[in-house]
Design a protein around this ligand. Structure first.
Ligand code: CTP
Length: 400
C-alpha cells in the first residue's frame, strides 16, 4: 500500500514513543522508506540505536550536526519526504508547530516544509484538554495538518481520558489516507453517526434503534476517497471505521460539543439518530420503586445539531448533508425538513415498520437537494455510502 513512499517520522518525547518502534516496522512492511528524526526529549524514551536498527537508516537528531548538513541539509530532509508524521506529538511539539517556532531539528523541519504533515498527539489528559493545547490543535487543523487520535483510555500516569496516542494500525490507516490519491484528498469531512443515549438516572437511558451502520459506512467511504474524516459517534452497535478520527459521545449535548470542536470542515454529514429530547433533571441516583407510584419524567428539547451547523453565519461547512428517517409521506416530510433545517441535501429514508432498514444492512434512500428529489434503488448501506461519498466529492470539486 505504501510502496516507495518516503516518510519522515518525527519521534517526540513521551511514553508513547515506544509505539513509534512498531510504527516504523509496520510502515516498512508496507513498502515505505522511513527516515527517523528523534527529538532530545524523544531520546529519553527510545534509543537512536533501536530506531536506526528498525528503520535501516540513520537517525537525525541535531540541527547543527555538520555531517548531516554536508550530506543533506535540513531543508532538503523535510522536502524529500511524501509525508511527515509526528508520533508521538507532544503538547510542546504541537505548541511549537502552532507558533511557528524553529529551535531544534524537529520544529525547524516542520516549519521549513510544504510537505503534508500528520500528527498523532499523545499526552496527559489535562494537558490535552487544556485551553492552550485545544487552541493549538485548532490552529494546526486550520493550517491543514492531519490529526490522528488521541484515544481515550488509561494513561501511563494513572489517569483516564483522552490523550493516549492512536494505535499503530490507526496511524497506518491515517498515513494511507493522507497519501491516498482520491478526489477528497486534503478535504476535512465530519460525519455524525449512531444513536444518542439520554440518561434517566445512572443506570437507565432513552435510546433508539440506530446501529450506526450507515454513518460508519459513510465515514469509511469518505476516507477511502482520501478525506480526513472526523467521526462523531454515539453508542453504536457496529465498530467505528479504522483510519478516521473517532470522537465518542453519549448525549445530544455532548454530540453538539464534539461537532463544534471538529469545525471547520469542508463538508458535514449528519447521519446520527439524535434524540429529540432529554429527561429534564435526570436523577443522579437510581430511581427506586415506590408503592403505587410511577416515575414522572419531564422532557426538554435537545439542540438540533444539523440545524445549528446549517444556519451558521460564519465558518459554515461548504456542504451540509442531513438524513431524514421518516415513516410516512417520506419525500414531502424530508423536503420540508431540508428547508426547515437549512441543509444543502437531505438523504431521506423510509424507516417504517417492515422495511428492515433501521438496524438492517440495506437502505433505500432519496437524495433531496434544492432542485431535485432523486430516488436511489434499494442497496447495501456500504454501496449507498460509496455513492454518497462520490457525490460529496463531486460537489466539493465543483464548488472550487
Ligand atoms: N439531527 C440533529 N440534531 C437533532 C436532531 C436531528 O443533528 N437534535 C439531525 C439528524 O442527524 C438527521 C436530521 O437531523 O440528519 C433529521 O433528524 P430527524 O430526527 O429525522 O428530524 P427531526 O428534527 O427529529 O424531525 P421530526 O421529529 O419532525 O421527524
Amino acid at each position: 500500500m505504501l510502496a516507495s513512499k518516503r516518510i519522515l517520522l518525527i519521534i517526540g518525547g513521551g511514553i508513547a514513543a515506544f509505539k513509534s518502534l512498531d510504527l516504523i516496522r509496520r510502515l516498512r512492511e508496507q513498502g515505505a522508506e522511513v527516515t527517523p528524526v528523534l527529538t532530545r526529549a524523544g531520546s529519553e524514551f527510545v534509543t537512536p540505536l533501536s530506531i536506526s536498527a528498525l528503520a535501516g537508516r540513520k537517525v537525525f537528531q541535531d540541527l547543527f550536526d555538520l555531517t548531516d548538513e554536508a550530506e543533506m541539509g535540513h531543508i532538503e530532509l523535510s522536502r524529500s519526504a511524501d509525508l511527515i508524521v509526528v508520533a508521538p506529538a507532544t503538547a510542546d511539539l504541537m505548541a511549537k508547530m502552532a507558533g511557528g517556532q524553529a529551535d531544534d531539528l524537529a520544529s525547524t523541519l516542520l516549519l521549513a516544509t510544504d510537505t503534508p504533515v500528520l500528527i498523532a498527539p499523545a499526552m496527559n489528559v489535562r494537558m490535552w484538554e487544556h485551553a492552550a493545547t485545544q487552541r493549538n490543535l485548532a490552529t494546526l487543523r486550520s493550517d491543514g495538518i492531519g490529526v490522528v487520535g488521541p484515544n481515550e483510555g488509561d494513561m501511563a500516569c494513572g489517569e483516564h481520558g483522552p490523550g493516549r496516542m492512536a494505535e499503530v494500525p490507526e496511524v497506518i490507516a491515517a498515513v494511507q489516507a493522507a497519501l491516498a490519491d482520491g478526489p477528497l484528498k486534503g478535504r476535512r469531512v465530519l460525519v455524525t453517526s449512531g444513536p444518542t443515549h439520554e440518561p434517566i438516572d445512572p443506570v437507565r437511558y432513552i435510546a433508539n434503534r440506530s446501529s450506526g451502520a450507515q454513518g460508519t459506512a459513510l465515514a469509511r467511504a469518505l476516507g477511502a476517497l482520501g478525506a480526513e474524516v472526523v467521526f462523531v459517534t454515539g453508542p453504536a452497535s457496529v465498530p467505528p471505521p479504522e483510519g478516521v478520527e473517532v470522537v465518542r459521545v453519549e448525549t445530544a449535548q455532548e454530540m453538539l460539543a464534539a461537532v463544534e470542536a471538529a469545525l471547520p470542515v469542508d463538508a458535514a454529514v449528519f447521519a446520527a439518530a439524535v434524540a429529540d429530547w432529554h429527561v429534564l433533571g435526570a436523577s443522579l441516583s437510581k430511581l427506586k420503586k415506590t408503592k403505587g407510584g410511577l416515575p414522572k419524567l419531564e422532557f426538554a428539547e435537545n439542540p438540533d445539531i444539523l440545524a445549528r451547523v446549517s444556519q451558521m453565519k460564519a465558518g459554515r461547512p461548504g456542504l451540509v448533508v442531513g438524513f431524514a428517517a421518516e415513516t410516512d409521506d417520506v419525500i414531502e416530510n424530508a423536503t420540508a425538513k431540508r428547508a426547515r433545517k437549512g441543509c444543502d441535501w437531505i438523504v431521506a429514508n423510509d424507516v417504517g415498520h417492515g422495511t428492515g432498514i433501521m438496524g438492517g444492512t440495506e437502505n433505500a434512500v432519496t437524495l433531496i437537494s434544492a432542485d431535485a428529489a432523486e430516488p436511489w434503488p434499494r442497496m447495501p448501506k456500504a454501496r449507498v455510502a460509496q455513492q454518497l461519498a462520490e457525490r460529496i466529492a463531486r460537489a466539493l470539486l465543483d464548488a472550487h
